[in-house]
Design a protein around this ligand. Structure first.
Ligand code: UD1
Length: 364
C-alpha cells in the first residue's frame, strides 16, 4: 500500500511527525509511506528547522509553490501535486489541519479516485470569513476517513450529513508530538539566549489576517502589548505576515524595551517558552491546544474558536477582538486567578497509533 502524507505550512509538520513515526514502527515492507511538502511555507525558520527538530526525513517530494493569493497558491499546489499522484499512484493521501495545502491536495486526490484521510477533521469556528473554515468544510465534505480530535468534531460532521462510518474519534496528533518531544524541551537554550528567566514573562503570537492585516487593528494590538509589558517581559516571535505589516505600517517603533521580539522560533524553543510562560496571548489555532495540554492560561484574541474543548475544559479564554476583555483576563491571571482545567479525552500521545491502525485495518 502506498500512502502520501502532505505537509505545507508550519502547523502541519508536528502533525505529520507522529504519523511518520508510526509508519516507521510498523516496519512493514507492504506499506510505503511518502511525504510531500508543498512549499507553502518555505523560510528556513518556518519549515526546514521543523524537519530537523522533529527528525522528519527529507520530503520525498518538494513542490516549491511558495506564497501568492489564495487562488494562485491553491491552484499551483493542485497542478504540482497532480503530477506526483500520476507518477506515484498512491492508494491513499493523508492531509492534516486546515491550510491551503490541505484542501488543494484533497481535491486533487479525490478527483483522481484516490482516497483521502483528513487528520484534525470536524473542527468548526462557524466563521466563514476565515480561509481555514472554508478549507475545513470542503476537505471534510470530500474525505473518506475523518479523524477527529475532540467530540465537537463528531457533532459538526454529523450535522453536515457525513456518514458516521467515516468518522473516527482518535485524539490529537499535535499532542502526540508535544508528548514525544517534551524531554527534548528541557534542553532548549532559549532562556539564556533571550536573557529571560522561566516563569517571568508572557508569550505573544499574532498572525491572523483579521488581526494583522489592517493598520488600525494591528496598532491597537501593539498598544495592548505596550500595556501588558509595563511591568512584565513579553516574548514576541514575529510571523512573516505580521513582520511585513509592522514594517509597512511603521509600527515597530511602538514596541518598548520589555517586548523581546524574535524571528519565528523552532518547535523545541517555542514549546519551552509556552511551558514556562505566565500566560500566552495568541490568535493561533494550535496554540490553544498546546497551552491546554501544558496547563498554561491562553488568552485567545478571536471571536470564535474551532476548538471549543479548550475553552470548556482547558485553559483557554476566548476574549474576542475587542481588547477590554483581554485586559480583564490578563489582570486576573497575573493576580493568580486561573481557571481549573483538565486534559481533553484521548489527548494521550496515541492518536497517530490509532489512525494508522484504522487506515491499515489492524485490529488492536
Ligand atoms: C498559513 C495558514 C494558516 C496557519 C498559518 C501558520 C492558510 C490559508 N493559512 O497562514 O491557517 O495558521 O499558515 O503560519 O493556509 N511568508 C514568508 N515565509 C514563509 C511563509 C510565508 O515570508 O515561509 C509570508 C509571505 O509574505 C506570505 C505570508 O507570509 O504571503 C502569508 O503566508 P501564507 O502561507 O499565505 O499564510 P499564513 O498567514 O502563514
Amino acid at each position: 500500500m502506498k500512502i502520501i502524507s502532505v505537509v505545507g505550512a508550519r502547523p502541519n509538520f508536528m502533525k505529520v511527525a507522529p504519523l511518520y513515526i508510526e509508519f516507521q514502527k510498523l516496519n512493514n515492507s507492504n506499506v510505503n509511506h511518502l511525504i510531500c511538502h508543498t512549499g507553502q511555507h518555505y523560510d528556513e525558520k518556518m519549515s526546514k528547522l521543523f524537519f530537523e527538530e522533529l527528525e522528519l526525513p527529507q520530503p520525498d517530494y518538494y513542490l516549491g509553490v511558495g506564497s501568492g493569493s489564495h487562488a494562485e497558491q491553491t491552484a499551483r499546489i493542485m497542478i504540482e501535486f497532480e503530477k506526483v499522484l500520476i507518477k506515484e499512484k498512491p492508494e491513499l493521501v493523508i492531509v492534516v489541519g486546515d491550510v491551503n495545502s490541505t484542501i488543494a491536495c484533497s481535491l486533487t486526490a479525490v478527483k483522481m479516485g484516490i482516497k483521502v484521510a483528513h487528520v484534525e477533521s470536524g473542527l468548526r469556528s462557524f466563521d466563514r470569513q476565515m480561509p481555514e473554515e472554508i478549507n475545513r468544510i470542503l476537505t471534510d465534505s470530500i474525505a473518506d476517513y475523518l479523524f477527529v480530535t475532540e467530540k465537537s468534531g463528531i457533532e459538526n460532521l454529523m450535522n453536515e450529513g457525513i456518514d458516521s462510518s467515516k468518522i473516527f474519534f482518535v485524539g490529537n496528533v499535535m499532542i502526540d508530538s508535544l508528548i514525544n518531544y517534551l524531554p527534548k524541551i528541557q534542553t532548549s537554550q532559549i532562556f539564556p539566549k533571550l536573557n529571560i528567566e522561566k516563569g517571568t514573562y508572557s508569550l505573544i503570537t499574532l498572525h491572523r489576517p483579521s488581526n494583522v492585516d489592517s493598520k488600525e487593528k494591528l496598532k491597537e494590538l501593539i498598544e495592548l502589548l505596550g500595556e501588558v509589558s509595563k511591568n512584565h517581559k513579553v516574548v514576541f516571535p514575529i510571523h512573516p505576515r505580521t513582520k511585513n505589516n509592522l514594517l509597512k505600517y511603521d509600527l515597530f517603533k511602538h514596541l518598548n524595551h520589555n517586548i523581546i521580539t524574535t524571528d519565528p522560533l523552532g518547535y523545541i524553543d517555542f514549546i519551552s517558552l509556552i511551558k514556562y510562560s505566565n500566560f500566552v496571548l495568541t490568535d493561533s489555532g494550535g496554540i490553544q491546544e498546546e497551552t491546554t495540554y501544558l496547563g498554561v492560561p491562553c488568552v485567545t484574541l478571536r471571536n470564535t474558536t474551532e476548538r471549543p474543548i479548550t475553552v470548556e475544559v482547558g485553559t483557554n479564554y476566548l476574549v474576542g477582538e475587542g481588547l477590554s476583555q483581554a485586559k480583564k483576563y490578563i489582570n486576573e491571571i497575573l493576580a493568580g486567578n486561573r481557571k481549573q482545567s483538565k486534559i481533553p479525552d484521548l489527548w494521550d500521545g496515541k492518536a497517530a497509533e490509532r489512525i494508522v491502525k484504522i487506515l491499515l485495518g489492524i485490529n488492536s
